[in-house]
Structure formats: structure tokens, C-alpha cells
Design a protein around this ligand. Structure first.
Ligand code: NAD
Ligand code: TYD
Length: 339
């Protein structure tokens, strides 16, 4: 196998972190460069097992810092870019949209310029199904790659904007790109501000779980390792210029998700606390993954097997999430949920 330099952004976060480990272990002859600003969502303790490996390299920098990014590309001449780095939490985007525009839109544009400058072989932009907006509750409707972009939150609007820039660099300059649009991920190292790890950590601490509105909003859940495998496939086999949706048909209402976690942990359903709804709360997301399946991808987890593995992981790795929720996260939680 030819030696390749793979530049991964956001590899200290949840999905990027899982992807870095997947790539370092699967491709010993690839050099994996993890660039991350280490915002509140990034941490390197998750990489203790790989940090001494010869094919793993870490760089602390801001993707929106052109003075840092362009010279790095000139020096290292990366073959592949896999771009995860982003502000990723919808609730934070409702409170402060500006940081989302800077990181997600400007940051992506700086990376595209750098990638174009050194003629990389492939730029995979990791996006989200949230750019399509919301579906109604008709279970026969799905997001396809042809669905129009109608983002509703500042987060999804910033991701849709970055998707359009990636597309434009392909159309205008011929940059070899793919865009992946995945449904909600869950699994190890998911930051405990998002629904599933927030629920697991709070239930384990016998604390109330805030459920927005009536809890009937639907998300389509995919285990993070299945997402990593999809990105690996698209990186190597994806047709340049194409968008690929990623999802495994695991639709659940938020209430079903929370109840499953509480039942698995043998705790009381009284821990559920209905709170005011999220502004602009999208009703339902659901992916049609046919195009990616034709490329050869199949998920390995069902929701039932994945949530069980994930709950066990949070039980086995308490020190990781306890150290997060004991820090500045507490003031975030108090402000967000007015407690
Ligand atoms: P995350 O918030 O856990 O991690 C984001 C990482 O990016 C962090 O390590 C952070 O330090 C880093 N980062 C943020 N701003 C940066 C900057 N300016 N420069 C360099 N690094 C920066 O996010 P995640 O859940 O792992 O999501 C990763 C990507 O996948 C995002 O682009 C997101 O839009 C997309 N995505 C997420 C989901 C999901 O369910 N979490 C689903 C589909 C797509
Ligand atoms: P989240 O994990 O923030 O992902 P996204 O907004 O990107 O889908 O939220 C998943 C669903 O759970 C969403 O419908 C909002 C809901 N939710 C709650 O009900 N309570 C919470 O405390 C959080 C964080 C989310």
C-alpha cells in the first residue's frame, strides 16, 4: 500500500477522535496528522493508546488561521484531507451563532484554499443531515442527496454554507471533493452535552434528564464506528464531486432513547424532566443511505447493539466524562437549563 499523508481536522473531538484511532490502527503505512484547536469539545487524553505510534502526529492550531494553515500544507504536502473540525452543538449555536460562522464557514474556506494550493488528491468534508432541514412524521419520507438544503438552526446553516463552498471549489477549481451527510452519531467519547451521553451520565448520577418539548422529535442514530467506516470508504472509493448520505435506519423519538437508557441502567423513569422546547426544534431527521450502500457500505450496529455497547463504555470510562462534567461544563449546564 502506498504511503499517504492524511490530514484530519477536529481529531480531538468525538467523531474525528474515533476516526483518527480507526485510521492509525487500520493503515500503519499512512501518516495521520490530527489538527485541532482543543476547544471545550477537544481533548487528547482519548489518544493515549496511539500518541506514541510513529504514524500519528498532532498539531494544535485553528483551521481559520490562514497564516498557520497554508504554510503547513506547503511543508507537508498532504495527500488527503478529512475535515471534521467544527462547532457542533445546536444549542450553543442558538446562544452564539457568530463562533459557528467563523469556525465552520471561514475555517472550511481556509482549508479549501490550502488544499487547492498543494493539489491534494481528495478533500472529504464531513457534514450533517441537518443541512436538509426537517422532515415531518411520515415514516416513508427520507433525506436523499437530492433533497434541497433548508437548514433551520445557526449550526446547520453554517454547515450548509460550508458544504456550498466545498461544492464551489470543485466546480470552479476542479478540487477533488466529497461531502458526507450523516445522521446523529453516538458511541464512545461523545461529549456529554449531546442527548445520549448527557442522559447516560445524568442517569448514572441519579440526576434529572431534561427532555425538550414533548420528547416526540425523531433522530436517526448511527454508531460512530459505522460513520468512520463510511468516511474511509468515501475517501478511497467516492466519486469526486459527489455527496453521500450516511445513516442506518435507526429512527427513535427522543423519549424512546431516554427511556431505553434508563431501563438498561435499571433506574426510575421519574428521572425524566420535560423542559421548554428548543427554538426552531427540527421535528424529524431520517436518511436514505442507498447511494452509499451501492458503494459497498453496511452498518455493523443496530441501535439496540450500539446503545448497549455505548452504555457499557460510559460505565467503564467514568473518569473520562466525570472529568468533563466537573469542569466549566457545570456553568454551561446551569445556563443552558436554567437550574
Ligand atoms: P465535536 O464538537 O465533538 O468535535 C469538534 C472538534 O473540532 C473538537 O475537537 C474541537 O476542538 C475542534 N475544533 C472546533 N473548532 C476548531 C477550529 N476553529 N480549529 C480547529 N479545531 C477546531 O464534534 P463532532 O460531534 O465530533 O462532529 C465532528 C463533525 O461531524 C462536525 O463537522 C459535525 O458537523 C459533523 N457531524 C456530527 C454529527 C454528530 O452527531 N455529532 C453528525 C453528522 C455530522
Ligand atoms: P442533540 O444530541 O443536541 O443533537 P441534534 O440537535 O444535533 O440532533 O439532540 C438530539 C435530540 O435530543 C434533539 O431533538 C434535541 C433533544 N435534546 C433534549 O431533548 N434534551 C437535551 O438536553 C438535549 C441536549 C437534546
Amino acid at each position: 500500500m502506498t504511503r499517504k499523508k492524511v490530514f484530519v481536522t477536529g481529531g480531538a473531538g468525538f467523531i474525528g477522535g474515533n476516526f483518527v484511532q480507526y485510521m492509525v490502527n487500520k493503515y500503519p503505512r499512512y501518516d495521520i496528522y490530527n489538527l485541532d484547536l482543543l476547544t471545550y469539545a477537544g481533548d487528547l487524553t482519548k489518544h493515549r493508546d496511539i500518541e506514541t505510534k510513529d504514524n500519528y502526529h498532532f498539531i494544535k492550531a485553528d483551521i481559520a488561521d490562514r497564516e498557520a494553515i497554508v504554510p503547513l500544507f506547503e511543508k507537508e504536502k498532504f495527500d488527503y484531507v478529512v475535515h471534521f473540525a467544527a462547532e457542533s452543538h445546536v444549542d450553543r449555536s442558538i446562544t452564539d451563532p457568530g463562533i459557528f460562522v467563523r469556525a465552520n464557514v471561514l475555517g472550511t474556506q481556509v482549508l479549501l484554499d490550502a488544499a487547492k494550493h498543494v493539489c491534494i488528491d481528495k478533500f472529504v468534508h464531513v457534514s450533517t443531515d441537518e443541512v436538509y432541514g426537517e422532515l415531518d412524521f411520515d415514516p416513508t419520507t427520507f433525506f436523499t442527496e437530492e433533497t434541497s438544503l433548508q437548514p433551520n438552526s445557526p449550526y446547520s446553516a453554517s454547515k450548509a454554507s460550508s458544504d456550498l463552498l466545498v461544492r464551489a471549489y470543485h466546480e470552479t477549481y476542479g478540487l477533488p471533493i466529497n461531502i458526507t451527510r450523516c445522521s446523529n452519531n453516538y458511541g464512545p467519547y461523545h461529549f456529554p452535552e449531546k442527548l445520549i451521553p448527557l442522559t447516560i451520565s445524568r442517569v448514572l448520577n441519579n440526576q434529572k434528564v431534561p427532555v425538550y418539548g414533548d420528547g416526540k422529535n425523531i433522530r436517526d442514530w448511527l454508531h460512530v464506528i459505522d460513520h468512520c467506516a463510511a468516511i474511509d470508504l468515501v475517501l478511497h472509493e467516492g466519486v469526486s464531486g459527489e455527496v453521500y448520505n450516511v445513516g442506518g435506519h435507526n429512527e427513535r423519538t427522543n423519549l424512546e432513547v431516554v427511556r431505553t437508557i434508563i431501563n438498561t441502567l435499571n433506574k426510575s423513569q421519574d428521572l425524566i424532566k420535560f423542559v421548554g422546547d428548543r427554538l426552531g426544534h427540527d421535528k424529524r431527521y431520517a436518511i436514505d443511505p442507498t447511494k452509499l450502500e451501492k458503494l459497498g457500505w453496511r452498518p455493523t450496529y443496530t441501535f439496540d447493539t450500539g446503545i448497549e455497547q455505548t452504555i457499557q463504555w460510559y460505565l467503564d470510562n467514568k473518569e473520562w466524562w466525570e472529568q468533563i462534567i466537573s469542569g466549566e461544563y457545570q456553568s454551561y449546564f446551569e445556563k443552558q437549563y436554567s437550574v
